[in-house]
Write a protein of this length. Structure first.
Length: 134
């Protein structure tokens, strides 16, 4: 057996986050009630969730009228972090309040008002290094 002198290759995937020389693409989505959230990165990139809130944060695509309840929201980052971070693509179909369970128990928005999702994420380049082991 020719095991001496045989080189073995190991593959290491290293996710480099926070270095200025590493490229990343920032994306922000406002997803209205009963619409789909879809995050997708390019080849060689993965999703890193930065923030996610469910509520009535501001007037925009999902809210055109201030009913006196702007600014009420709950962080739902833990749900989207679990669903999306480290993946090339993730999706939540027909966003609804009940999708987030206990994450929104502290939501200060009155019952009956439609809530929407704001999600901020980055597509971070994944670098693969090959290392020789003797």
């Amino acid at each position: 057996m020719a095991s001496i002198g045989v080189e073995m290759m190991r593959l290491f995937a290293v996710i480099l986050v926070g270095f200025s020389e590493i490229t990343s693409t920032d994306a922000f989505q406002e997803v209205c009630n009963a619409k789909d959230f879809h995050a997708q990165c390019g080849r060689g990139e993965i999703i890193t969730m930065n923030s996610a809130n469910l509520g009535r944060m501001r007037l925009g695509t999902c809210l055109s009228t201030n009913l006196g309840y702007l600014g009420c929201h709950s962080s739902v980052i833990s749900k989207l972090d679990t669903l999306c971070t480290g993946k090339f693509e993730c999706r939540m179909r027909k966003i609804a309040k009940q999708d987030f369970g206990d994450s929104i128990s502290t939501n200060s928005c009155p019952d009956g008002l439609e809530l929407y999702l704001e999600a901020d994420y980055e597509c971070v380049q994944v670098m693969i290094f090959l290392s020789q082991v003797d």
